[in-house]
Design a protein around this ligand. Sequence first.
Ligand code: XLS
Ligand code: NI
Ligand code: NI
Length: 438
Amino acid sequence: MSEFFPGVPKIAYEGPKSKNPLAYKHYNPDEVVEGQKLRDLLRFSVCYWHTFRGTGSDPFGSATLQRPWDDGSNSVENAIKRVDAAFEFIGKLGAPFYCFHDRDIAPEADSLRETNKILDAVVKKLKEKQGETGIELLWGTANLFSHPRFMHGAATSCNADVYAFAAAQVKKAIEVTHELGGVNYVFWGGREGYMNLYNTDLNRELSHLAHFMHQAHEHAKSIGFKGQFLFEPKPKEPTKHQYDFDAAACLNFIGRHGLDGIVKLNIETNHATLAGHTMMHELEYARIHNALGSIDANTGDLLLGWDTDQFPTDIYLTTQIMLVILKQKGLAPGGVNFDAKVRRESFEPIDLFHAHIGGMDAFARGTKIAAKIRADGVLDKFVQQRYRSFDSGIGKKIDDGKATFAELEKYMLEKGEAAANESGRQEYLENVINDYLE
Ligand code: XLS
Ligand code: NI
Ligand code: NI
């Protein structure tokens, strides 16, 4: 079997003292944290696009990545062979899930009918490999951004035929996701946004996008697909104004168009950064709206202003992420998908292992640290204490929605001045968190 990654064993957990770069130091899938095995809590997923379709090309240069199993052609044989390489990789890594765009797994032909036929052939192969290995599909999606037909967008294109094409493509993508037992379906439009308002009917585009999502959901119901729909915020690239700018913008869209409870969010770290937010902010914002569905785990380079999609290795970051995720007892049916790519300088196949092992270990560590912080209740206690003026008296009345402005005025006129403020103790709390990062 070891045809594509010769010499790489199944990656095992060896503990923090191990010096073996091809072993987990912190991710022990069977370790129980807050009542769940790490395998089930984290639900790691390998993405097909960066990991099996990435070439290392950038705006200044061509492909660098060595992928000996891939002949670089658009043939169906090549796509099928890639499936074998992918499943060998995911299996050796021990990740329970993977995910894809339709066009990652199978090439596009000259007509939609032919393209769908090719897709079916590759899906058949994927289904076989899933059966053989037990690896499951976390989510599927459709690539509605690479082909030139999507130059004006897909569901928000000014060209009705392009809208129809996108609808046909998403219909099929949901069907193959269902066929493969996928548990989520992601909308990342890519080109759903605009470059210039002079040529854009903003209201019309947004209502088309909403209608598109409703229709996708209707179709899913009609074929018995029960997976979770996810909308992925991303503020920049490729359009100047992306409709899915951040969690708040997406939730406004969802709420305004009757998609509450139908569509949750898939939050990506690098996209949070580009929106000028922390990942923790985006997660918490989604969570309090009962919309935190899944995450794309990666990180950006703070010195570069684009979606560099690097593997997450920062323990502060993963701790903050897990502090939020543990509040809702995990992400299922969502998971932690590595929407991340190795640098073009890391061109050997083995680098794919180093990258994923590092990301999984960073998440396992962050999970354990966050669980300790939660077990001690340091943050919870502080926050509870900080808002205690709302637990009784006038504060409780405000919280219960029973205090009118007239009543509050009367209260304050009698009292004369507000009670003294207390310190927010940010630095103290930052120190406390540091104490947990052994
Ligand atoms: C691109 C997005 C993409 C989605 C899937 O920036 O993150 O990778 O996750 O379409
Ligand atoms: Ni993503
Ligand atoms: Ni991204």
